[in-house]
Ligand binder design. Structure first.
Ligand code: ATP
Length: 356
């Protein structure tokens, strides 16, 4: 294998069985976490407050020592119990929530800050490249207080990118911005990271941010990594009720095994023996996009709640049994609460969980 081939195959980050226990605490904040991030891949750590996202990010940055497990950067060990390469020697860039720009330095000087070992022409070249990438060439001589929040965040990103680190860590970088700017910036930041072929990990509470930004998403719960996968697989093939609940919306309908598959209130689903759940007591996950509104359908459900979302309504519908399902319906189908509407089930992925 050639050197280039080898470099391509070595993950930018590799975490094996990592556990972090804060001193004085009896429960690990991160427990037996393993995953890999390929070169140029963007990942997002998602999960409820206190699940261990920031702890994991701080361990990757080199601020915390593992109690168990290892962290390798570009194939080289960076953290193991008893030995941690210091944050400034790890070649990892960090972008914080509050930008942390130097107020007395211009935009250009902020970007050049991490390039102190380079010659002046080299610094100038790299900062020019990054100013163009973040679209702030005309503001190079301004100071941070003369910039908007979104512009400051882009400068913080450019500063982290300047020394071409192995990995960039972004700790809730958009949480201080309003919703519209956040949406635009998540897209822009993704483009900037991709243009630099940079590997990155973002921490967020916001699944929409995770969906629009990440190639891979890690859902954490109580210190454990519940699932590591693409947005598509987390949404359509969640491996636990926790992930199914946390990612997207949906309901669980009770199911019963039959000769040829399984029966739920809305339909009989033909499945082979190996597609059936092992347990007889199980529920089936139904997402809003699995329920199609169809006036011609004999199956009826009553509208009990509706939320206008612009292009569509999110209807909460009551089935004959009294169970509720959700349905996304184009907003020109404006039905009143209490009205019965025709529905049908179009389920591509049958996901079942043992009944609680
Ligand atoms: N310095 C510390 N000492 C002891 N325990 C800590 C410390 N920092 C965090 N913890 C605990 O570790 C667990 C994980 O915290 P962490 O900050 O990693 O969660 P998080 O997912 O980032 O939460 P949030 O989304 O609220 O920022 C929590 O139970 C928290 O109370």
């Amino acid at each position: 294998m050639g050197a280039l081939e080898k470099m391509k195959q070595t993950p930018a980050l590799s975490i094996r069985n990592l556990s972090i226990l804060y001193s004085g605490s009896s429960v690990s904040a991160v427990r037996d976490v393993s995953f890999e991030l390929a070169q140029g891949e963007i990942a997002c750590l998602l999960g409820p407050s206190g699940c261990g996202k920031t702890t994991l990010l701080r361990a990757i940055a080199g601020f915390l020592m593992p109690n168990q497990g290892t962290i390798a950067l570009n194939g080289e060990s960076a953290s193991e119990p008893g030995r941690v390469r210091s944050p400034e020697k790890r070649n990892v860039g960090v972008v914080f929530q509050d930008y942390a720009l130097f107020p007395h330095l211009s935009v250009r000087k902020n970007i050049e800050f991490g390039l102190h070992k380079r010659s002046e022409p080299e610094k100038r070249h790299r900062s020019g490249e990054l100013l163009a990438l973040i679209g702030l060439e005309t503001l190079a001589d301004r100071y941070p207080h003369e910039l908007s929040g979104g512009q400051q965040q882009r400068v913080a990103l450019a500063r982290a990118l300047a020394p071409k680190p192995t990995l960039i860590l972004l700790d809730e970088p958009f949480s201080n911005l309003d919703v519209e700017l956040k949406e635009r910036l998540t897209f822009e930041v993704r483009e900037i990271l991709k243009a630099e072929n940079m590997s990155a990990i973002l921490v967020t509470h916001d699944q929409h941010e995770a969906f629009s930004m990440a190639d891979r998403i890690g859902v954490m719960h109580a210190g454990e990594l519940q699932q590591w996968g693409s947005s598509y697989s987390l949404y359509h093939q969640p491996n636990s009720r926790m992930v199914a609940d946390f990612i997207g919306q949906g309901v669980f309908l009770p199911g019963k095994k039959t000769e040829q598959g399984l029966q739920i209130e809305l339909a009989h689903l033909r499945l082979t023996e190996d597609q059936l759940p092992l347990n007889d007591e199980f529920d089936v996950l139904i997402r809003p996009d699995d329920i199609i509104h169809d006036d011609a359908s004999p199956m009826q459900a009553i509208v009990v709640r509706k939320a206008f979302r612009g292009a569509d309504f999110l209807y909460t519908l009551m089935l004959e049994s009294g169970a509720h399902v959700l349905a996304l319906v184009p907003s020109h189908h404006n039905h009143a609460i209490g009205e019965p509407i025709g529905i049908k089930l179009e389920l591509d992925h049958v996901i079942t969980f043992d009944r609680l």
